[in-house]
Write a protein that binds this ligand. Sequence first.
Ligand code: HEC
Length: 171
Amino acid sequence: MMRIGSFIFLFAIVAGVALAVQGQRPAAARGDVESLTLPDYRNWTHVKSMVIFDEKHPLFASFGGIHHIYVNAIGRRASETGGPFPDGSQLVFVLYEHVNEQGAYVAGKKKVEAIMVKDRQRFPETGGWGFQAFDPQTRRPLIKNADVKSACFDCHAAQKDNDYVFSRLVQ
Ligand code: HEC
């Protein structure tokens, strides 16, 4: 009896502390992409790479260079099938300048790192995804909450049937 009693007592303390901690932390505001941070993605699965090297390509101005795409473990399966991606999925797009080195394109300076974070509760207005891009030097977020639709989502909306994701994992 004593044991059960102290167990319940201990449980009450732990639950109380957990609630207090939760109460102090401001809940992540809906649609707030300014609070997203750049994940440590270098051990994730490589999805694909691409070089946009010529102004003939419509995305040359904004995405000219060499880019690589990575997916975390939660999103990996969906990245093979074309979605839907479960909550917790994350994708990273990292872009480097393409430098012509005697006929070979090699990666130059890092230009931008962009992420998509799936959380349907947090980002209902943008297909359940939080979009953000980071300055590779300062790692600071570049996209304001008010601009995320025009800067990111409107273009990704074309991929609605693939859960707003363009890339498919290359085997
Ligand atoms: C004009 C269209 C366009 C805009 C604007 C755009 N993207 Fe993309 N994005 C693409 C395309 C096309 C790809 C796929 C590239 C590939 O297949 O290699 C892509 C890929 C990605 C990926 C990898 C997952 C995927 O969908 O393949 C991420 C992450 C991403 N973009 C984030 C962003 C963020 C964050 C913004 C806003 C700062 C943004 N994008 C703005 C067209 C766009």
